[in-house]
Design a protein around this ligand. Sequence first.
Ligand code: CA
Length: 229
Amino acid sequence: MTIASILVVEDEVKVARAVKEGLEAEGYQVALARNGEEGFRAAAGPFDLIVLDLMLPGCDGIEVLKRIRAGGSAIPVLVLTARDTIEDRVEGLDAGADDYLIKPFAFPELIARIRALLRRGRADAALRLRLADLELDRVDRTVVRGSVPIDLTPREFDLLEYLLRHQHALVSREMIAREVWREPNRGTPLDNVIDVHIARLRRKVDQDCAVKLIHTVRGVGFILGEDEP
Ligand code: CA
């Protein structure tokens, strides 16, 4: 396996240095950018993942993230934020973050999130996606739970595939609207459509099963996983 290369965009010198040294000790290649402009320019490089602080002088992290996504890049981005409110988290996810971590964070937590995102990146190429006894075959476009086939509409299939790709992570309605419905503008009608599809998917996937896989996080979105969030 090649060594993963990570761009860290962080203006606080002490934090940046600590993160760089810690990641290098874990075997990653690390480049630093000290502000938003520098981060945006550097993001065009051959990185596998970006760790992006939201509070940056000048062009802030959200702006950097929006510009990276506007350029068509799907690189995994882990956002660091000191602002622990649901609104800010949703703002980060809306702008295209794959995950976020609240400052101050424990270093092992940062490593765990980075590993999960890098794994997920590799899973993009996988033909079969699995969670517990749920399995989705992307070639045959079939889904089974245990040994029971599940009949899904094309949209339900795409939605489940998206959730499986992002399993154990919080997925907002905005992410689903953008990535599954290909609808960049958030709208209440679409929120309702998404909720209806989630409800149907839940009935088909989780009904009659002891372990529920589709969980709602009130006011934020959904998590696919074996455990209650
Ligand atoms: Ca900062």
